[in-house]
Design a binder for this molecule. Structure first.
Ligand code: CUO
Length: 684
């Protein structure tokens, strides 16, 4: 890999420390042209260059270029929070992405980055550079570090940083003891919502969500970055799956499914006190008290002036489009919502991104919902407060209201789905292919899933600005499950070899009161666990598929760099590079927690005809393993069926048994939770 390309990764190291200070394990220093130094350092440029340059491991000469106009991206103050949901921030970021995308080669990109790193809001700089690396042809294959390492303050209790600083100042070389992040630190048991805090505050889940929005940006002059294949549909589907997973998690813990946030005049029942500090802004993230009602916004600093009634208008227009199955375009013409594209168009309208068919009319419902909620504690900026966690895609999933909001959004999409004709046998069946059974095998026993707590380690060293160099390890606890296999028995009676797509889902069987779930509720609660193709010989076939190969998840090692094997070690440059494909549900959260008695679930498997599912394209590259929720880089979504098929639309069936065709099977299973904590390295 060329140096110029690799050097870009150094900009992710210690994000608010100037780039003329030593970066990375090799202590690299950018030698920037004199006029790149910000005013405050100008008088000292030669002293600074000597101070950090003398014992540098490597110096990187930076090309002196005619700098583009950066006035707009610089409008966001350096120490402010940055939100993709705030229209002004989105616009500024869009500009900066365009600048990074437009640099003619890597040397120029490096040069403009070194200038920007010293001036531009670090969160925005990091986001825009990540988007550019993901989309520029000359940065393909470059793996950026996980966001939790660059900005650990968005994911962890700030107490850990104080301890980490202490450790790194005292133990300046050799092995440093890991610091421990407490479990359940945001509230006590009097708050029922706390029972699912392990889900909401999971580092991997929040990383996935941040990555997803990084892969699917809202705004850019280069439409191809935004206009990805079935992007609107994926917005709907990925968030629908989050809600389905959260609901199952809640029911395992004796909570009701989440109540949607549908009346914007009603108070939001739950409060949320994030206990996060922004290291860049040197501020605690503001809380939201229980019973807060969103109010009209008038915040000149953020160029936001919007009334709550605006949300209602946009919502009504969205519903009207669904009801008439027709979208009003800016020129007054109507565009029909057909089966093929309808959900995708609605997703783009709802989200909304620049590819919404008529943003002037349908507005910005989803994003502005985040904005209204995240400013509900200071709608007119009189207390000079910034937004709460709902305003940032890296932190939004921590707050219970995230799920209320997205549950409502999902209901709006469902209004459309119920209008579609139920799938008939022509779509559901695969003549000649008979699935006689599906089951699970694994350490927890037949058709039983075992869950427990696991203790893992992350390195915070990269994200701790202005501290001595080296790793600083933090330990945290998260949910984990025992590996298992799916076993599917298939009889191919067609007399020839065929290819099938195996689709595996799981759903709860009871509602919160212990009564059987109606089929329509169960259908909406289906969680996709896996989807893969399988060749079927004539006659009987046994398909055995490992849970770790799931198409919705990314491996543990990609969510977190696994530090357990080498505590305190500085690690090589290669180890410091992370696969950029950080989008993907974290594997440790594939299975809900269950409960100690064994939480009953149903497992469903279907084999559909691959000849009808396939999308013609080559699939080279290493970013394909979480395609179900994330799509594939530079490729089409790899399944022609509607996302969530066959459960994405209602069916006249009264029960799952009733729904089954000969190419499908179901199995009752249970998830048994054991309340023990096992350090990750002991498990392997
Ligand atoms: Cu992912 Cu609302 O879209 O947070």
């Amino acid at each position: 890999m060329s140096d110029a390309k690799k050097n870009l990764l150094l900009f992710f190291d210690r994000p608010s420390e100037p780039c003329f200070m030593q970066k990375g394990e090799e202590k690299a220093v950018f030698e920037i042209p004199e006029h790149y130094y910000p005013e405050k350092y100008k008088a000292l440029t030669s002293t600074i260059a000597n101070r950090f340059g003398d014992d540098a491991g490597r110096s990187i000469p930076v090309r002196n270029i005619a700098l583009p106009n950066l006035a707009q991206p610089m409008e966001l103050p350096y120490n402010d929070q940055f939100s993709l949901f705030v229209p002004k921030h989105r616009r500024l970021a869009g500009k900066l992405i365009d600048i990074f995308m437009g640099m003619r080669d890597l040397e120029d990109l490096q040069s403009v980055c070194s200038y920007c790193q010293l001036r531009i809001n670090p969160y925005m700089f990091n986001y825009c550079l990540s988007v550019a690396i993901l989309h520029r042809p000359d940065t393909k294959g470059l793996n950026i570090p996980t966001f939790a390492e660059t900005f650990p303050d968005k994911f962890m209790d700030p107490k850990v940083f104080r301890k980490a600083r202490e450790v790194s100042n005292v133990v300046t070389s050799g092995v440093r003891m890991p610091v421990t992040i407490p479990v359940n630190y945001t509230a006590n048991d009097s708050e029922p919502e706390q029972r699912v805090a392990y889900f909401r505050e999971d580092i991997g889940i929040n990383l996935h969500h941040w990555h997803w929005h990084l892969v699917y940006p809202f705004d850019s002059a280069d439409r191809s970055i935004v206009n990805k294949d079935r992007r609107g549909e994926l917005f709907y589907y990925m968030h629908q799956q989050i809600i389905a997973r959260y609901n199952m998690e809640r029911m395992c813990n004796g909570l009701s499914r989440v109540a949607r946030y549908q009346n914007f005049r009603d108070p939001i029942e739950e409060g949320y006190f994030p206990k996060l500090d922004s290291q860049v802004a040197s501020r605690a993230w503001p809380p939201r008290f229980a019973g807060t009602t969103i109010r009209d916004l008038d915040r000149p600093v953020d160029q936001i002036r919007a009334d709550v009634s605006q949300l209602e208008t946009w919502r009504d227009r969205f519903v009207q489009a669904v009801e008439t199955l027709s979208v009003t375009l800016p020129n007054g013409r109507q565009m029909p919502l057909d089966e093929e594209r309808g959900i995708d168009i609605l997703g783009n309208m709802m989200e909304s991104s620049i590819i919404s068919p008529n943003r002037g009319y349908y507005g910005d419902l989803h994003n502005m919902g985040h904005v209204f909620i995240s400013y509900s504690h200071d709608p007119d900026h009189r207390h000079l407060e910034q937004f709460g966690v709902m305003g940032d895609s890296a932190t939004a999933m921590r707050d219970p209201v995230f799920y209320r909001w997205h549950s409502y959004i999902d209901d709006l999409f469902q209004l459309y789905k119920v209008k579609l004709t139920p799938y008939g046998d022509d779509k559901l069946d695969f003549p000649g292919v008979r699935v006689s059974s599906v089951s699970l095998e694994g350490a927890a026993g037949r058709n039983t899933l075992g869950t427990f707590w696991e203790l893992s380690t992350v390195d915070l060293g990269r994200g701790l600005d202005f501290t001595p160099r080296g790793s600083v390890l933090a330990r945290f606890t998260h949910l984990q499950h025992q590996d298992f296999n799916y076993v599917i028995e298939v009889n191919n009676t067609s007399g020839q070899s065929v290819m099938g797509t195996v689709r595996i889902f799981m759903a709860p069987v009871q509602d919160e009161r212990g009564a059987p779930l109606s089929f329509d509720d169960q259908r909406r609660s289906m969680i996709e666990l896996d989807k893969f193709t399988a060749g079927l010989r004539p006659g009987n076939n046994t398909i055995r598929h490992r849970s770790v190969d799931s198409s919705v998840t990314i491996p543990y090692e990609r969510t977190f760099r696994d530090q357990s094997a080498r505590p305190g070690d500085p690690g090589s440059e290669e180890a410091a590079e992370f696969d950029f494909c950080g989008c993907g549900w974290p594997h440790h959260m594939l299975i809900a927690k269950g409960n100690q008695q064994g939480y009953p679930v149903v497992l469903f498997a279907m084999v559909s005809n691959w000849a009808e599912d396939r999308v013609e394209q080559d699939l080279v590259g290493s970013c394909n393993d979480a395609a179900s929720y994330c799509g594939i880089r530079d490729r089409k979504y790899p399944d022609r069926r509607a996302m969530g098929f066959p459960f994405d639309r209602p069916s006249p069936a009264q029960s799952l048994t009733d729904f089954l065709r000969p190419n499908m099977a179901m199995q009752n299973c249970s998830i048994r939770f054991t309340d023990t904590t096992i350090p990750r390295q002991q498990r392997r």
